[in-house]
Every structure is written in C-alpha cells, then in structure tokens.
Design a protein around this ligand. Structure first.
Ligand code: FDA
Length: 506
C-alpha cells in the first residue's frame, strides 16, 4: 500500500544503518506470512485477515527508533512482539493501521555471576535466559514462568510467575533496571525514566509506556540439588478430596516448596479406560529428597508422597521437567524458538482467597467432562508473595491470596460454530466459579489477558470509570497510579492497545 511504501521510505531515510532494509517485510514479501505466523501462539489468530502494514525485525536499537518515529509521524500504531504468547494476540493484531516490531533478533543474555545479576534483551525467550544462567552457575536461577518459549518482553512487562514464586515472587519483582524507548524514540534507563515509570513497566503492561529493549534482573540463589515430583490421582482415586486438602496446605507450607495442580481429562474415546478427570500434583522443592518427604508427610500426608516419585537434579533439570521435556534431553532445547503448546485456545483466570468448598469442585469435574480438552491449573501463592506490599509492583494480588486458577480450553477444528461452543463452555465455567473466588473486584492477571473483562473504547477516549472496570481487576488500587504515570509519560497515548493504560477523560 502507499502508506506502507511511505513508511519504508521514511524508515530508510531516517536510518543511519542501511542494512535495515533486510529487516522490513511488507505483505508482498515471501517471508511476510511465515514471519507473522511463526510467533502466533494462539492459533485462533493464525489466519486472521487483520494484517500489519509491515513487519520489522530490527537487529539494533536505531532501527526500532526510526520505525517508531516514522510510524508516529504518519499516525500508525505499533505493536511490539517478543514471544507472541499474548492470549488475545494483541502483539500482532490491531483494528487500526499498524506495524509489528518483532524483537526476536534482540535476544542477548549477559549473566554476571559475581554480581548475581543479568541483562536480558526483551526479544529473548525465558528458555534462553534460563539456559544462560544455568551455563554459568549451578546455584543461581531466575523466578519466572514455566514455558520456555514465552517472551521476556511481554512476560516481565505483565508480572510473570512460576515455580519460584513462593520463594522469590514475580519476575517483575526482581527487575532492577531497564532500557525503555519512549514515544520520542529516546532510550531511557531506570534513572532517566524515573522511579514512577520504572515501577509501571514492571507488570503494568510495559507496552502502555514504550518498548522495553532490555531488563536487568537480580538473580536468586537456589541449592545445587533440588527435588521435583509429580503424583497423579484421578477422581476415582480420591482427587477431589486431595485438591480440597491441597488448598489449605499449598500456600501455607514452607516457601521452599511449590506444589501446583494441573487438572485434565484422561480416558474415554478409543481409550479402554473410562473418561475421568486427573489431577497432576507437580512440585518443586529447593532441597533434597530426604528433606521433602518428611515435610510432605507432615503437612500433606494424604498425597502419600514416596521416594520413588521424586527426582533430584539441578534447577536447570527442574526447568526442563516443568516445561514437559523427557528426562535426559539436552538443555539446548531451551533455545528452540518453535513455540510449545501452540493451539487454538481460550483462557480465563481467578484468584482464590477462601478455600473453595469440596462440593463446588464437583461442578468443575462435571463441566470438564463435557469438554474435549479442558485444562485447569491451580498455582499456589503465599510465602514471599505475602510479604511483598501490594504497591511494590503493579501486580496487586499478594497477601491473603491462596492461589491462582487458570481455566483453559483447547480445540483443533476450524469454524465459528466450533469456537462458539468452546467459548460458551468457558463462560459457563467462569460464571459457575464466581461465588467461590476473589471479589470486589474479581481479580485477573494481565499475563493471562482476557479481553472479555473490558477494553478501551474504540474512539480512544476512555473515562476512569469505564477503564476501572478491567483496570482494577488487573491492578486494584495500583490502576490509578498507572493512569497517572501514563498521563505524565505518554500524554499523546502513542502506545495504545485494547487494554493499554488509558489517558483518562472526564
Ligand atoms: P507477546 O509478544 O505476545 O507480548 C505480550 C504483550 O506485551 C503485548 O501487548 C506486546 O505488545 C507487549 N510487549 C511485548 N514485548 C514488549 C516490549 N519489548 N516492550 C513493551 N511491550 C512489549 N505467564 C506466567 O506468568 N507464568 C507462566 O508459567 C506462563 N506460561 C505460559 C505458557 C504458555 C503456553 C502461554 C501461551 C503463556 C504463558 N504465560 C505464562 C503467559 C505469558 O506470560 C504472557 O502471555 C506474556 O505476556 C507473553 O509474553 P510474550 O513476549 O511471549 O508475548
């Protein structure tokens, strides 16, 4: 299109680095679709008719700068993409004319073992960060998500939690510096952007404020030998009771122990076994087997953990285990950029503040058995999360929150009707859970983005009360502060998307 051509011309004119032309792809380019689709995690959006004017794959900061300035001049939106795991695809979809800046070439990780820190570029995936740390140290780690292909850019910018959350909090809690490009193309570190902006990008959705180029993180200490285990129980084997008991134990036990539950359907279909729900109790303990078994037998004896369920290994081994790799795979799989778990899916999330009654879980099983591929994940909080104040980073669901629930449904078949069927099921499950989860407001988590809970108005003018509907669900009282930072730092609202922090209009 002529707009795209104008943009290309502007970017070329602006750019001091002529090689940048190799990093701009328009829809006529044979690589365009491949590039666009390779980082689409939610396959619902793989064939979307909404396409960017251009995709840029910058290999240095000046290319991002010129793309940003030219887009701004021409009134074109920017979508920054790192891992492309956004649940609603907003890193590569927009209703307005837009370009995608995909940062995957900017994926350097520099670990400083002595200082126990690392600089990681946003375009790295979590696996690359974990790999770099593990290569250099067997006693350092970083507390972030489980899936190695999740991008650092989106993940840190939205919070980020995984198996170390009870010991060390969120990924965002452990960020100590960053380089952010603002709407004028300036590159600002923590000192230059100021503490308020630095606070906002650590979980408030960095994409509302600029493009984060890299993050400095505080690494955390782990023992050289850790223990992980999975114990599975079906409903027939008493899963319902165990899950109920887990609720009292998982958030309250020593913070070295993380036990989550993954619920899924097994059996049925061609399988000879009856269709049922299975609970996988998956755990990481920051210590040896001979310590975790007595601890489990004391605080959660009902699960009946045995030595043969447990594997000892390094933190890197545990990362591979939680990412679903078989024992013995080389750690280099963490560098593989092929997204894992690609599927058409819809997800929603809740936080639990009071144990859910046993009878309420029965309703979940009933609904799960009506679906083909439902997954429900219960992840414990407590520990360090109880000690970090609600306003420390924008993510507010801390003290008093027992665990996070994520409901997912996946499907393969194409078609609107098929999609509607699964979305309707999800809505039913979410409505069913309302009495049992956090209230006023019912909490949500930005990294499990859910556009159902509200969006900015299409005209670009959103009032505080409109935006608060979803803003408070993600950020509670931190939402107001985020809007103040937004007003101060990006008064033109250049960095906007469906759920960006809005400029407020009375
Ligand atoms: P993507 O590139 O799609 O970006 C997400 C958002 O951030 C978009 O709005 C984008 O514009 C913006 N953005 C990206 N890069 C930016 C940058 N450099 N500067 C500014 N804005 C930027 N979460 C979790 O907490 N724990 C977990 O264990 C998991 N596991 C997991 C598994 C799987 C299979 C999926 C699909 C997702 C998760 N997540 C998760 C959720 C994940 O943390 C969330 O989707 C992140 O936002 C993904 O970051 P990406 O960079 O991959 O997304």
């Amino acid at each position: 299109s002529s707009v795209a051509n104008k943009l290309i011309e502007c970017i070329a004119n602006n750019n001091i680095n002529p090689s940048s032309f190799q990093t701009i792809f328009n829809p006529e380019s044979s690589l365009f679709s491949l590039l666009l689709q390779s980082r689409v995690q939610n396959l619902r959006y793989i064939n979307s008719t909404t396409k960017p004017l251009l995709i840029l794959t910058p290999s240095d900061d000046t290319q991002i700068q010129s793309a940003l300035l030219c887009s701004r001049e021409q009134g074109i939106e920017i979508r920054a993409r790192c891992g492309g795991h956004d649940y609603a695809g907003i890193s590569y979809l927009s209703d307005k004319p837009y370009i995608v800046i995909d940062l995957f070439n900017l994926n350097e990780v520099q670990v400083d073992v002595k200082e126990e820190t690392a600089w990681v570029q946003s375009g790295a995936q979590l696996g690359e960060l974990y790999y770099a740390i593990a290569r250099q140290s067997t006693h350092l780690a970083f507390p972030a998500g489980l899936c190695p292909t999740v991008g650092v850019g989106g993940h840190f910018g939205g919070g980020g939690f995984g198996t170390l959350v009870r010991k060390y909090g969120l990924a965002a809690d452990n960020v100590i510096d960053a380089y952010l490009m603002d709407a004028r193309g300036r590159i600002l570190n923590r000192k230059a952007m100021g503490e308020e902006v630095f606070w906002a990008i650590k979980g408030g959705g960095a994409g509302s404020f600029g493009i984060v180029l890299s993050w400095k993180v505080k690494l955390v200490r782990v023992p050289q030998k850790l223990t992980y285990f999975t114990v599975t129980k079906t409903l027939e084997e008493g899963a319902n009771k165990l899950i109920h008991q887990w609720q009292r134990f998982a958030h309250d036990v020593h913070e070295d122990l993380f036990v989550r539950i993954l619920l899924l359907n097994v059996g049925g279909g061609d399988d000879k076994k009856k269709k049922t729900v299975q609970a996988n109790f998956q755990a990481l303990f920051l210590g040896t087997k001979d310590r975790v078994i007595p601890l489990m037998n004391k605080s959660f004896p009902e699960l009946g953990l045995k030595a043969e369920n447990c594997t000892e290994g390094t933190w890197a081994d545990s990362v591979l285990n939680f990412a679903g790799f078989k024992p013995g795979v080389p750690p280099e799989v963490l560098l593989d950029k092929t997204q894992m778990f690609k599927a058409k899916f819809k997800a929603k999330t809740d936080f639990v503040t009071e144990p859910v009654p046993e009878s309420a879980f029965e309703g979940i099983w009933k609904m799960m058995l009506e679906e083909d591929v439902p997954i429900v994940i219960l992840e414990p909080l407590g520990g360090k999360m109880n000690k970090i104040p609600e306003s420390y980073t924008p993510f507010p669901h801390r003290k008093g929150h027992l665990y996070n629930i994520q409901y997912l449904v996946k499907w393969d078949k194409n078609g609107k009707e098929e999609e509607e069927r699964h979305l309707e099921w999800m809505k039913r499950l979410y409505d069913y859970m309302e009495p049992h989860v956090s209230k006023s407001p019912r909490a949500a988590y930005l990294n499990y983005r859910d556009l159902d809970i509200g969006m900015n108005s299409a005209g670009g003018k959103t009032s505080f009360s409109e935006a608060s509907v979803w803003g408070q669900r993600y950020f509670r009282d931190n939402f107001k502060r985020l809007t103040e930072v937004k007003g101060m730092f990006d008064p033109e609202n250049f960095f906007r998307n469906e759920q960006s922090i809005p400029l407020l209009h009375k």
